[in-house]
Design a protein around this ligand. Structure first.
Ligand code: SF4
Length: 282
């Protein structure tokens, strides 16, 4: 039986970023109507971890909305990692905290983080169209730091930002060159406050891009559909598993609501898909 790796994301700091990524409602520049807070309370994080562990998730990703790690954020993420490890020991902790140095990544690893997620987002040449406050090369360097630190690398991107097919192929080449264990693919979820046009991809386009991702990054253990899944695929969500996908995010996303976890579990059961109970399963 094919097994699906379930991951959950926890926005431990929200909507406080001074970068200008045009797809991101967490940038303070666009004044999107989202929840904003410096630190989510520790007990709320621990409750989310326990809940999602009970639903069968293996991955739990601690996300902060800033350009990168500074001393205070690093200390907070480590504190959260210790608390979640004690409360929900079966979860594999992932950190997603932007630009990070080798030393910072080693500190996270020592605190119990097993993987780091840092998406390339799009191609190097298209990147200046969606962000002017930091460079694509800086993102690529952080991914290389992750590999050097001994943490597992998760890196992917977003489709539907206005990029060309050549940009998508270029991004996937770059992702493959980093040898990630998992490739999170997002589909742009439009928000009226953001300066981008709505995502132009059809469901068939998106399925073809998932297949292309699986083909171009053959050594990755997992191709994961993250943000935009429910909005784009709707009742055709089940088809993603026929196009190389073996991991999904369950529960809510960073600033948008997903399906409730039980609906996804029912969908997997109806499709006769199992739930991975170890990373080797998926
Ligand atoms: S750096 Fe990250 S959190 Fe900040 S605006 Fe860009 S995508 Fe959003």
């Amino acid at each position: 039986m094919k097994k699906i790796f379930l991951c959950s994301i926890c926005n431990i700091n929200s909507g406080t970023c001074s970068e200008d990524c045009k797809f991101c409602s967490q940038s303070i520049k666009y004044r999107a109507d989202i929840q904003r807070y410096i630190h989510k309370p520790l007990d709320a994080i621990v409750n989310e971890a326990r809940y999602i562990e009970a639903k069968g998730a293996l991955g739990f990703c601690l996300v902060t909305a800033q350009k990168g790690l500074d001393d205070k954020t690093l200390e907070f993420v480590c504190k959260v990692a210790h608390a979640v490890t004690n409360a929900a020991p079966r979860l594999r902790l992932i950190a997603c905290n932007g630009t990070a140095s080798l030393d910072q990544l080693r500190t996270l690893k020592a605190a119990g983080i097993v993987a780091y997620n840092h998406n390339l987002e799009t191609s190097e040449s298209f990147y200046p169209n969606i962000c002017t406050t930091h460079s694509w090369q800086e993102r690529y360097t952080t991914c290389k730091n992750v590999n050097a630190s001994g943490l597992k690398l998760l890196t992917g991107g977003i489709f539907g930002l206005g990029e060309s097919h050549e940009d998508r192929v270029s991004m996937l080449h770059a992702i493959a060159s980093l040898n990630p264990i998992s490739v999170p693919i997002n589909f742009y979820h439009h928000n009226e406050a953001l300066p981008l046009a709505p995502n132009p991809l059809s469901i068939d386009d998106a399925l073809a891009l998932l297949r292309l991702t699986r083909t171009m990054v053959p050594r990755a253990d997992r191709i994961m559909v993250a943000g935009g899944r429910e909005l784009l695929f709707k009742e055709r969500t089940k088809e993603i598993f026929d196009h190389g996908v073996n991991a999904i995010v369950i529960g809510n996303y960073l600033t948008t609501s997903g399906c409730d976890a039980d609906s996804d579990l029912q969908m997997l059961q109806a499709l006769h898909l199992g739930i991975a109970t170890s990373p080797q399963d998926a």
